[in-house]
Design a protein around this ligand. Structure first.
Ligand SMILES: Cc1cc2nc3c(=O)[nH]c(=O)nc-3n(C[C@H](O)[C@H](O)[C@H](O)COP(=O)(O)OP(=O)(O)OC[C@H]3O[C@@H](n4cnc5c(N)ncnc54)[C@H](O)[C@@H]3O)c2cc1C
Length: 459
């Protein structure tokens, strides 16, 4: 099989016979060598198709690797897996300024696509902490969210066209730049958020926006969760469509991000129970900054916020957002960490997080608990640091975080996906009928179960 792979992509594009150990399964685990049959690096869609045709004929399991930044164990491998990496399919093929679209191959790093659009005064609004490593194929396959979902939607809302290769090598191309297309089923949606279980994304056309001419940001300290919710309403109303980011950090998380060993400087004193990071994008830097300043002044007067700092320069703006984005600082605080990404209705988040913290603190093994997240989207992340790790400990912590999801009509995964780590909890968010329909789709598109086996559902 290695010889066949080499015949398709060339010898230097296959890592096998021990050389595959030079790769890793996650960006945070670069010291853990990969276990796999081989890693293959196709250079174009036709090569992906030929590889999959061969794997289909040979019942060969394939695990797809993008930027390997996922937080759900999705890119873990076993000895008998073939890893298909999109690293070498990374061309930005076209920016169409009239249609306001960018066409990129799946292995393009998200930040490179953002920067290429920016050079043409256009804006790709997808943004999150891992944008410098995540690939657009991975971003699409996880339907990534991030910092601007509130205003621009999830990845799904920013995709116009898509090309994918099915498990048997069939190429499904729907590379259109049109916004409206009701000619039957919207097939590209099958691959967005499917975590590579239904096909391999090879190319995408993103919809772009006109580039905002101003970016204004602030961080504020807030006394209660009720006031956080009031502030969201206040800012949304006051900024009339220009509010693009509203991120919440609990005090314990803010302290960890701004005290040693972290090297980040605290823009506000650390006695507030909640900190909100606000971003507004607009068209006039001076006026927009003044508008945000006025609103924060009013919020102070009305005692919705206790204190606030406005970023007065690009450097200040970057340093405020680093505190929110660089969550690897939190993951480094304990020997083992567990990540959560839940959705809940906005009004219940405050009390549900308090309850979870109270229960987690009763577990001896838990060293630190860091809640933060995209509160305007009802999406909260937790990083739970612990002294030891075992399946029983993982399960005990999961049980606390997921306890009230079903009764609150929440979700076990707001944006990171299910992968391997959350599979056992899918039924807390999805009904039996929904999971059966997922199985039917999987069996139809990948009857031999060779694409990303065991992710999301067992077939
Ligand atoms: C610091 C940090 C911050 C993060 N913040 C956010 C955030 O705010 N919001 C958010 O949603 N996520 C966030 N993530 C999670 C992660 O970055 C996203 O899920 C991202 O979209 C994954 O992209 P990737 O290229 O790294 O995919 P990978 O990790 O390589 O793969 C993810 C899944 O997609 C599949 N896949 C990859 N490429 C393809 C392809 N071309 N075709 C089909 N399947 C494919 C993989 O098999 C796997 O199942 C964060 C991660 C880190 C480390």
């Amino acid at each position: 099989m290695i010889a066949e792979l080499e015949a398709i992509v060339g010898e230097k594009n296959v890592l096998a016979n021990g050389k595959e150990k030079a790769r890793f399964t996650h960006i945070w685990k670069t010291d853990v060598p990969l276990e796999a049959l081989a890693v293959v690096f196709p250079r174009n869609t036709k090569e992906v198709s030929a590889i999959m045709r061969m794997c289909h004929e040979n019942n060969q399991a394939v695990v797809i690797h993008g930027g390997v930044t996922n937080l759900i164990g999705a890119t873990q491998t076993e000895k008998n897996h073939l890893v298909l990496s999109l690293d070498k399919m990374n061309a930005i093929e076209e920016i169409d300024e009239q249609s306001r679209t960018i066409t990129v191959q799946a292995g393009t790093i998200l930040e490179q696509a953002i920067d290429a659009a920016d050079e043409k005064n256009l804006f790709l609004p997808l943004s999150f902490g891992a944008k410098g490593s995540a690939q657009v194929g991975g971003v699409i396959s996880t339907n990534a969210g991030g910092l601007r979902v509130f205003r621009y939607g999830m990845t799904r809302q920013n995709v116009l066209g898509l090309e994918a290769v099915l498990a048997d090598g069939t190429i499904v191309s729907s590379l259109k730049k049109i916004i409206k297309d009701n000619s039957g089923y919207d097939l590209k949606q099958l691959f967005i958020g499917a975590e590579g279980t239904l096909g391999i994304v090879t190319k995408v056309i993103f919809r772009l926006q006109e580039k905002p001419m101003s970016r204004s940001s602030a961080i504020v300290g807030v006394e209660s969760y009720e006031k956080v919710v009031a502030l969201l309403k206040f800012m949304e109303k006051g900024l009339a469509g220009a509010l693009t980011g509203f991120e919440l950090m609990w005090q314990r998380t803010y302290r960890a991000m701004t005290q040693a060993p972290s090297t980040y400087f605290a823009p506000l004193p650390d006695h507030y129970p909640y900190y909100v990071f606000i971003e507004s994008l607009g068209s006039n830097q001076q006026k927009d900054l003044e508008r945000l300043e006025d609103l924060i002044g009013e919020a102070l007067e009305q005692e919705i916020v206790g204190d606030g700092v406005l970023a007065q320069s690009e450097r200040e703006l970057q340093s405020i957002w680093k505190i929110r984005e660089d969550v690897s600082v939190l993951a480094d605080q304990a020997q083992y960490d567990q990540h959560f990404d839940i959705s809940l209705p906005i009004p219940v988040i405050g009390k549900e997080v308090d309850l979870a913290i109270e229960q987690l603190e009763q577990l001896d093994v838990v060293e630190c608990i860091f809640p933060f997240g995209h509160v305007a989207d009802g999406n909260i992340h937790f990083i739970v640091g612990k002294k030891e790790n075992s399946p029983a400990i993982v399960e005990a912590i999961n049980a606390i975080i997921y306890a009230n999801l079903a009764e609150n009509n929440g979700s076990v995964s707001a944006e990171h996906g299910i992968g391997l780590d959350k599979k056992a909890y899918l039924s807390t968010s999805r009904s039996k009928a929904e999971i059966e329909l997922m199985r039917l789709l999987k069996k139809t598109l990948d009857p031999k179960g060779i694409l990303n086996p065991g992710r999301i559902i067992d077939t």
